[in-house]
Design a protein around this ligand. Structure first.
Ligand SMILES: Cc1cc2nc3c(=O)[nH]c(=O)nc-3n(C[C@H](O)[C@H](O)[C@H](O)COP(=O)(O)OP(=O)(O)OC[C@H]3O[C@@H](n4cnc5c(N)ncnc54)[C@H](O)[C@@H]3O)c2cc1C
Length: 435
């Protein structure tokens, strides 16, 4: 008899798990608490969906358990970026690779990624039940069950057009499973459905939880000057320092906002900053606004400055960085905007230039979960096996962002979702019921 597989959560990992379980003969039901599956997928890659990355995955993922992460890399080889592209090609979706290895659908539309996943579910007879909240899990080593509350909305005509006029009734029931796959995501961008309720479900199963924190997110910083810098973009190298020690650095386009720093290099550093702040450490960013100027460029860093003694300091700095940054650095060094290089003196001007190479800002907090692309933290990797089955309940799988593993920007988080979904889905279908 086919295994009855329930997939809790119809996001990227849940849809992949459902398809792989159904392809391997299971009778699959997805329980999704939103009114449709895959809402977050539509938001990915600014609506273009960076669905994987062809670069080497080693070093692209983080977890609080380095040993388990190391082993997970070996598992992930079983479903790598090439397999992801083959999987989508098999569903009729062609993909293209960009220069950084990022892979997108050729149409660059996230909606088509969701369309092919949904159509595969239809073809394979996967039952999708939406507006269905999982409220409890009743685990059992053989046949378990989940309690669900399904909301029924009024006004069918409005419903057809996608609008809801309020819950008119709630249907409660208990559904049995041979295998349960938990794919409820984290709590980043909860508007898409991942509201953290899955964390509570796994905690009630007795799993530990590494505190989920926002990752791939903007960083809030101290400094009244940020208001003046808002909207400025600059190519920079950014170092992250915790308690004065350099943790990591990234290069790329920095975006300055009225509350702090954003942009890809900031996103890449953000999960380390989030965790360090959570652990009570002091966090700073050291911004090098001049990463492309050689240290031995005398006109910038040496005596050559003297030849510009007729310019205002702000004018001189504006030859190197955005005018607004130049003005802030002058102000920070007590230099009036009309003061010339000659009046200010080479030494003080050099201080300003040095500040441009290591502009220190204190990071006070990550932006909220709502602004984050993913969460770091979740169920420790050591609590699942190589097929992502729980070590407490072998017939329950934990996949996707619910696990304590998060990737850097560039398609790695979706790759994690597809890989964990594919591996767990196949295993859930093929393991004999009752084992
Ligand atoms: C704005 C944005 C852009 C992004 N862009 C990219 C990108 O281009 N490339 C990339 O690799 N990654 C990207 N990501 C990250 C990526 O979307 C996630 O890593 C991925 O979606 C996680 O998949 P998941 O299946 O674990 O969780 P999710 O996709 O969040 O799915 C979880 C599902 O479970 C449902 N659910 C939750 N709780 C319950 C419950 N109690 N009962 C029933 N259902 C429940 C939710 O409604 C949701 O449908 C982006 C994220 C955001 C927010």
């Amino acid at each position: 008899m086919a295994n009855r597989v329930i997939v809790a959560g119809g996001g990227a990992s849940g849809l992949a798990a459902a398809i792989f379980a159904a392809e391997n003969g299971a009778k699959v039901t997805i329980l999704e608490h939103k009114d449709r599956v895959g809402k977050k997928l539509l938001m990915t890659g600014n609506g273009r969906c960076n669905l994987t990355n062809m670069s080497d995955i080693r070093g692209k993922f983080y977890s609080s358990d380095a040993d388990s992460l190391h082993k997970i890399y070996d598992t992930l080889v079983r479903f790598d970026a090439i397999k992801t592209r083959q999987f989508f090609k098999g569903l009729g979706l062609y993909t293209k690779e960009k220069r950084d290895g990022g892979v997108y659908p050729v149409s660059e539309q996230a909606a088509v990624v969701l369309d092919v996943l949904r159509s595969a579910c239809d073809r394979l007879g996967v039952r999708i039940r939406t507006d269905c909240e999982i409220t409890a899990i009743h685990p059992n080593q053989t046949e378990g069950a989940v309690s669900v509350t399904q909301s029924v909305y009024g006004d069918k005509e409005q419903n057809k057009r996608g609008r809801k006029s309020g819950v008119v009734s709630e249907k409660r029931e208990t559904i049995k499973y041979d295998r349960l796959i938990l794919a409820t995501g984290g709590k980043a961008a909860s508007v898409s459905g991942s509201d953290g309720s899955g964390y509570e479900l796994v905690k009630r199963l007795g799993h530990r939880m590494i505190e989920p924190l926002p990752a791939l997110v903007q960083l809030r910083c101290e400094g009244s000057f940020f208001k003046a810098l808002s909207g400025v973009r600059a190519q920079c190298r950014i170092r992250l320092l915790t308690d004065g020690r350099e943790m990591a650095s990234e290069e790329g386009e920095l975006q300055l906002t009225d509350y702090g720093i954003s942009g890809i290099p900031v996103f890449q550093l953000s999960r380390l900053a989030s965790r360090a702040l959570y652990d009570g450490k002091q966090c700073e960013a050291g911004i090098d606004f001049l990463p492309y100027i050689e240290d031995n460029d005398d006109q910038v860093f040496g005596k050559g400055i003297e030849m510009f003694s007729y310019k205002t300091v702000e004018e001189l700095l504006s030859g190197l960085v955005h005018k607004k940054i130049a003005a802030v650095v002058c102000r920070q060094n007590g230099i009036g905007l009309g003061a010339t290089v000659g009046q200010t003196g080479v030494e003080k001007v050099s201080d300003c230039i040095r500040m441009l190479t290591d502009f220190r800002v204190r990071i006070t907090a990550p932006n909220s979960f709502e602004n984050a692309q993913v969460c770091c933290g979740g169920v420790p990797l050591g609590e699942v096996n190589e097929n992502f089955a729980s070590r407490k309940f072998p017939n329950i799988y934990i996949i996707g962002e619910l696990l304590d593993c998060d990737g850097v920007c560039g398609g790695y988080n979706l790759q994690w979702a597809w890989a964990t979904g594919a591996i767990a889905g196949r295993d859930a279908a093929l393991q004999m019921s009752g084992q």
